[in-house]
Design a protein around this ligand. Structure first.
Ligand code: ARG
Length: 591
């Protein structure tokens, strides 16, 4: 049951072979939706160049050779050689009817070759602020994994949390001072940033008090913190135990956020920086032995090809500091090695803030040079743009105090609650609570998803929760509306026809939109671009609104017409729900 552009592509390629020879079998007919027809074939211009002939002649020859009789009317030549294609309405109807069958998977094709795709996303830092940036990497990453799974790929989620490194010295010392079971310790679970800042403040105070202070009070906090890093990294059991306690508290915090967000990440997907510890030495040794890394200013560095800094000097990727410590880059190199070598990745996607672009390009290049990332394995940094406050700056505070993610999400649900209380005071309390959750969380997630992932956007709760525009509530409302139509129909004993009705222009446009779901999802998975799915769902919901105005379902006197339109509406509902599910947005039964 091919989507129109796939069916058209096949027919045109057959025509190319017939008209121009077997070497044109793979030429791209460039089929695109068009405002002048249903689709346009834009191949004539390129082929004309290749064949050294006039584009309009080529277009005429294509029209001569192509057999579209059962799919479309004869193409019309326009402009320099565009071919305008109007599909036959009976063909659209037949394709749409096939979509209804559960085995058609709503037109989502099985993959030519199922891949193992590793997606690195969320990745907050232990006992530190999980900020709106992490919220966005979490939401976008989760939508990507859901989409890839729907496309039949094997997805390995990797939550590369920051659970190692120098800050743990100060965090452990602070935890020991406040007491492991104290209320302050509990902050790691409830407001980690506050815990981090308290530790930081002690550290900074000790540092600025300097040597004089420490002589009076014994070893100061800063030196103890530094010493703790060393004992921790050397594997000291007591330090490791406290570290584990910190990480455990942090995990509880992450999972509270993930639960609130309906995100699919669980403990089994945690693969934090610390899990690569035992591999770091080999990473350095192997790179050094292979002549890829060398000592520069006391540090072991890789100078990946093509990266230069100021004065055209080669840019180093430091993998072992002069004090012997390993850093973020070393861990990421070990992670690439593990993901390709052990997890069997065909593709790796890193859903991480755009600011880390250079880091990832250097890591990928170094890994390719080392042979750990073979050419056939794709690695991509899915760059995540910033979330801005109303002042145009990165969102860090709200109403003057520092921003707590949980409070932000609760506020979203609270605002959604006022919306639904006004809209549906008749619904039972528990249901309104559930709907408020779906709208509030869905609204926040959808705002993250509907903007291109590498663009910044302004956090605006009112806009996110609006019932109009390209928002989650608008789509959720469209679903609820169709479900309410189905309930009313059922109450009158009307059930949907087996085949959706595709007759007038609005029905035709809606059916065509439905046929685009499969190809859209494929491209969203291939390009890691959830915002295209949002744009698609928004236009589908708009096509439904136009359809419902032109073709009221229950008012029409003819029962057969009613049943055919109801089938079209119910298919729309299934596609909307499935598309929202790929985004990780839940559609309530009613609104
Ligand atoms: N924890 C890091 C941060 O908060 C993100 C880690 C991203 N993943 C990676 N493999 N480096 O910035």
């Amino acid at each position: 049951m091919p989507a129109p552009e796939i069916a058209l592509t096949q027919r045109f390629q057959t025509a190319f072979v017939a008209a121009f020879g077997p070497e044109y079998a793979e030429a791209d007919p460039i089929i695109r939706p068009s405002q002048f027809a249903d689709f346009q074939c834009n191949a004539a211009m390129g082929l004309a160049k290749r064949l050294g002939r006039a584009p309009r002649d080529i277009a005429a020859e294509i029209v001569e050779a192509v057999d579209l009789a059962d799919i479309a009317e004869a193409p019309e030549i326009a402009g320099p050689g565009f071919l305008n294609i109007r599909l036959r309405t009976d063909w659209i109807a037949a394709q749409t009817a096939e979509l209804v069958d559960p085995s058609a998977a709503l037109g989502v094709p099985a993959p030519e070759r199922a891949q193992t795709v590793v997606i690195d996303y969320s990745a907050p830092n232990v006992a530190k602020e999980m900020h709106v940036g992490h919220l966005r990497t979490t939401v976008v990453g989760d939508s990507i994994v859901r989409t890839l799974e729907k496309l039949g790929h094997t997805v390995v989620r990797q939550n590369h949390i920051g659970d190692w490194g120098t800050p743990f010295g100060m965090l452990i010392e602070h935890l020991l001072e406040v007491g492991e079971d104290s209320a302050e310790a509990d902050l790691v679970r409830t407001d980690p940033n506050a815990f981090y800042q308290a530790a930081r403040a002690k550290f900074d105070a000790a540092e600025s008090a300097g040597v004089a202070g420490s002589a009076l009070e014994g070893e100061d906090f800063a030196s103890r913190a530094r010493r703790r890093v060393a004992t921790l990294q050397s594997g000291d059991a007591a330090s490791l135990r406290i570290w584990t306690h910190l990480v455990d508290l942090s995990k509880q915090y992450f999972h509270r956020i993930y639960d609130m967000l309906d995100v699919t990440l669980t403990d089994e997907h945690l693969a934090g920086e610390s899990t690569y510890n035992d591999l770091l030495e080999a990473v350095c040794d192997d790179l050094e032995t292979a002549g890829i890394a060398r000592i520069s200013d006391g540090a072991l560095c890789v100078f990946p090809e093509g990266f230069t800094g100021r004065d055209e000097q080669p840019l180093p990727l430091i993998i072992r500091k002069s004090d012997g410590g390993y850093g973020y880059a070393t861990t990421d190199l070990a992670a690439v090695r593990h993901r390709v070598g052990t997890l069997g990745a065909d593709r790796i996607g890193y859903v991480v803030g755009a600011a880390q672009g250079l880091h990832f390009q250097m890591v990928f290049t170094a890994a390719r040079e080392a042979g750990w990332l073979p050419a056939q394995v794709e690695a991509e940094h899915v760059k995540i743009g910033s979330v801005l406050g109303e002042d145009g700056k990165i969102l860090r505070t709200r109403s003057g105090s520092s921003l707590r993610l949980m409070a932000l999400l609760e506020e979203a649900v609270g605002t959604a609650r006022t919306v639904i209380d006004e809209l549906r005071p008749d619904l039972p309390e528990a249901e309104r609570e559930q709907i408020a959750h779906d709208i509030g969380i869905g609204g926040v997630k959808y705002a993250d998803l509907s903007t291109a992932h590498d663009s910044d956007y302004t956090f605006d709760l009112d806009r996110m929760l609006a019932l109009t525009g390209n928002t989650a509530p608008y789509l959720q409302y469209a679903v609820a509306r169709i479900r309410s139509i189905s309930r009313k129909a059922a109450a009158r004993g009307l059930t949907a026809a087996a085949a959706p009705r595709v007759d007038n222009d609005a029905e035709r446009a809606l059916a065509l939109a439905l046929l685009e779901f499969g190809p859209t999802l494929v491209s969203v998975g291939a390009e890691y671009e959830p915002h295209r799915l949002c744009a698609y769902l928004f236009s589908l919901a708009q096509a439904f609104t136009s359809f419902y105005e032109a073709s009221p379902i229950l008012q029409d006197a003819d029962a057969e017409v009613q049943a055919g339109r109801l089938a079209l509406a119910e298919l729309t509902e299934r596609v909307l729900v499935e598309g929202l599910d790929a985004l990780g947005v839940h559609a309530p039964q009613q609104m």
